[in-house]
Design a protein around this ligand. Structure first.
Ligand code: ARG
Length: 555
């Protein structure tokens, strides 16, 4: 198609223009009788000192036309007609043969780590964590589709001075049963109460409690462990709902005994300097990276550094992706730079994958000060709205619960993934559940529509099928063919929104075709039409899977 056109033109022009220049000059003809793509020769007239029409005539002589149905000259244009039926046959056969493996790249033998989700123990799972979870999962899926091995790491926020506060608050006001019943809500309440007290004496106690925890005090350790276990149980049910698994839950605490080595190396390399009693690494054009506070406590960045060394050694990845909101950009810039200053070339393999905020009515969805937007509540609500929808439109559907779950979750995930991740994101339940909008349910619905068509006629894949390729069929085909390219570019750019937008385009192209053709007519082209439908369904389902979304057969 386009690639072939560029190739033959590039040969005919004997490299007077680059492939890139040629591609940019190609135009889509205004009328169908003028072919599928045209090359205008006007811009060459000056350089070649010939009329555009003459140039077109000359070039055509040098083009092997077998690749195309025909090639014609119209004035200063060369018009190419594709062998559409042949191309269509090849693409569809490939999709039907490879099925969900269509677009999958050969195994590379390389490994990447995706650090994502990473909620904080004893704190609610925020909308930011949801974004990280959804984007991180899609990125890991994309890595695998592109032949890399992906290791999914949940860098839990399970360490820090807040645990001192929590221990004190629990001992003063806590209740075991209440924490067990609803751990995160209860622990958050304790934390908020601690802050409301604004008591110096309490702050002192909290510092002491954290010190005790760091020093391995049994009671403190036990409480911390328990807070962690209870919180993890709650996170686990969320991950189960979203169908997400991790290869490692090594959180910040895991690196407690791995920081000293890094600190020593920093000292030996003369990078650690004192500043107001704290140890820092000075950086150019950025605030210094704090390694140790004046009371000797280590920091978030110290643990990320230690984790970086540990991961490089343990997993030997070609890249680590940190899927974390853009408000932490400075943090990552700083400690990546520290690794670079230490002289480790793998600093280049560390990538922060930032994303924007989730907004509701233009404002940040906050989790602070008790004004919690609980993610479970949000998901429960979308699922129940999806269920209502089913009750209205398709009350006889089997597995209503399951379908409602897939649609409700699909709506939230797709809404997140369809926009470029750095853009802030508006959270509107009605909009993301709209079956006719740019939504997950729209794509899912298109998939189910095709399943319903296919269930009415048996498709014999091995049989040769006949195709007629008109305008609508062709626009589906160009999309089907583009899939492999999209898989590659969305991974290279760490941008799952390319897949989501692609799925929308393919679904739209299909629905136009559906609205304008009689697919189930029993004629010699029936098998060809069914083969086309099946191909679309396969690629839609695979696109959704990469985004972490299920595709129910009926809805
Ligand atoms: N727990 C952190 C937070 O909630 C996110 C951790 C991200 N990963 C990392 N390696 N720093 O803000």
């Amino acid at each position: 198609m386009k690639v072939e056109v560029v190739k033959v033109l590039s040969n005919a022009l004997e490299e007077k223009l680059s492939s890139f220049q040629i591609e940019k000059m190609l135009e889509k003809p205004k009328y169908e009788h003028l072919g599928d793509i045209a090359f205008p020769c006007f811009a060459l007239a000056k350089q070649l000192r010939k009329s555009p029409a003459q140039i077109a005539q000359d070039l055509v002589q040098k083009i092997s036309i077998n690749t195309f149905e025909k090639v014609e000259v119209h004035g200063g244009y060369i018009n190419f007609f594709y062998k559409k039926e042949k191309i269509a046959y090849e693409v569809i056969s490939k999709v039907l043969k490879e099925r969900e493996l269509y677009g999958t790249k050969k195994v590379t033998g390389s490994r990447v780590l995706v650090d994502f989700s990473s909620p904080n123990i004893a704190k609610p799972f925020s909308m930011g964590h949801l974004r990280s979870t959804v984007i991180g999962q899609a990125l890991a899926n994309l890595a695998e589709k592109n032949g890399d091995e992906a290791v999914r790491i949940n860098h839990l926020g399970d360490w820090g001075t807040q645990f001192g506060k929590l221990i004190v608050a629990y001992k003063l006001w806590g209740d075991q049963k209440r924490v067990q019943d609803s751990p995160i809500e209860e622990l958050l309440k304790l934390y908020v109460k601690f802050h409301d007290e604004e008591d110096n004496d309490l702050s002192e106690q909290a510092r002491a409690a954290f010190k005790a925890l760091e020093d391995g005090d049994e009671e403190a350790q036990k409480l911390w462990q328990w807070f962690k276990e209870e919180s993890l149980k709650e996170f686990a049910s969320l991950y189960e709902l979203l169908n997400i698994g991790f290869d490692s839950y090594a959180g910040e605490a895991f690196y407690n005994d791995k920081m000293q080595k890094v600190i020593v190396e920093l000292q030996e390399k003369g990078l650690l300097v004192e500043s107001d009693g704290a140890d820092v690494v000075e950086l150019e054009n950025m605030p210094p990276c704090l390694i140790k506070k004046n009371d000797g406590a280590t920091l978030y960045a110290t643990r990320d550094l230690a984790a970086g060394f540990y991961r490089m050694q343990t997993y030997k990845p070609k890249a680590i992706y940190y899927v974390v909101g853009n408000e932490q950009s400075l943090h990552f810039k700083q400690w990546f730079k520290v690794v670079e200053k230490m002289g480790h070339s793998w600093a280049d393999n560390l990538h922060h994958i930032p994303f924007g905020m989730m907004l509701k009515d233009g404002k940040k969805m906050s989790t602070r000060k008790g004004k919690v937007v609980l993610l479970e509540d949000v998901l429960a609500e979308t699922i129940s709205m999806a269920k209502e929808n089913i009750e209205q439109k398709n009350p006889l559907l089997e597995n209503k619960e399951e379908v409602a779950k897939a649609v409700g979750i699909g709506a939230v995930l797709f809404n997140d993934l369809k926009n470029f991740r750095l853009n802030d994101l508006e959270f509107s339940l009605e909009e993301m559940l709209n079956f006719e909008g740019e939504t997950g349910p729209y794509v899912q619905y298109t998939y189910a529509r095709i399943q319903s068509l296919l269930s009415k006629r048996a498709l014999n894949v091995d049989k040769k099928f006949n195709l007629v390729i008109g305008e609508y069929e062709w626009s589906i085909l160009t999309q089907l063919q583009a899939f492999t390219e999209i898989i590659e570019s969305s991974y290279k750019q760490a941008d799952p929104s390319l897949i989501a937008k692609y799925a929308l385009k393919l679904a739209r192209a299909f629905n136009k075709y559906y609205g304008n053709s009689k697919i189930l007519t029993d004629d010699e082209f029936l098998s060809g039409r069914l083969a086309l439908c099946d191909s679309v369904a396969i690629v839609l389902k695979e696109s959704l899977r990469l985004l972490g979304i299920e595709a129910p057969k009926k809805m």
